[in-house]
Design a protein around this ligand. Structure first.
Ligand code: ITT
Length: 199
């Protein structure tokens, strides 16, 4: 069985990828399997650059095919913030503190429309690496709902399903999320590619 490295230490993200990858018969590894690997700082100013930086750095050390994503929440009334700073929006950088700051910054705004963005970098080798972007649109509610998911999920309301992302099971979130959309774009792209490159 071939191995693939999911370049994350975020357990919520990892679980979503394990489910997305389950039909493809891969041995899914994550950064928890490689505690000796260095932390890759996401220092760039775009999701694309950060995802590629992470995927490339980890490919160069492990020589495994790598899926790395950089993701975040972009709120219209906050000019796209927290964006690439979603993980460290508040000084504390915990989900709770990030969400409190988000609510604080939005409490007097009439419009709370927002989107989640995920960019996947799939790094097969030095010559073959690709980027895929997925977005999920919704708005921010000031009272959290649901206890599944991670990060901003309890505050992100999907107007089509009329639930926050934290009210969805992992399977349900994987039908609509930014990460799942980027992942399915990747699968679609690889279907048109050399057979050995398909997942
Ligand atoms: P890795 O870098 O180890 O993958 P991370 O949590 O640092 O994990 P990111 O750098 O991509 O991941 O940060 C994205 C942040 O954006 C994440 O910590 C959440 O706060 C938020 N976020 C991204 N996707 C999300 C989702 O599906 N649901 C809720 N919040 C999300």
């Amino acid at each position: 069985m071939k191995s693939i490295l999911i370049a994350t230490k975020n357990k919520g993200k990892l679980h979503e990828y394990e489910l997305l990858l389950s039909p493809y018969h891969y041995l899914v590894k994550s950064l928890f399997d490689f505690p000796e690997l260095p932390e890759i700082e996401e220092t760039e100013d775009s999701f694309e650059k950060n995802a590629l930086l992470k995927a490339k750095s980890l490919y160069q050390i492990t020589h495994l095919p790598v899926i790395a994503d950089d993701s975040g929440l972009m709120v219209d009334a906050l000019n796209g913030e927290p964006g690439v700073h979603s993980k460290r929006y508040s000084p504390e950088g915990t989900d709770e503190a990030n969400n409190q700051l988000l609510v604080q910054n939005l409490k007097d705004k009439p419009n709370t429309t927002a989107k989640f963005v995920a960019v996947i970098a799939y790094y097969i080798n030095e010559d073959e690496h690709y980027l895929f972007r997925g977005e999920a649109k919704g708005f921010i509610v000031l009272t959290p709902k649901g206890s599944n998911g991670f990060g901003y999920d309890p505050y992100f309301f999907d107007p089509v399903i009329q639930k926050t992302f934290a009210e969805l099971t992992h399977e349900e979130k994987n039908l609509v999320s930014h990460r799942a959309k980027a992942f399915h774009q990747m699968i679609h792209f690889l279907e048109g590619y050399d057979e050995t490159r398909r997942l």
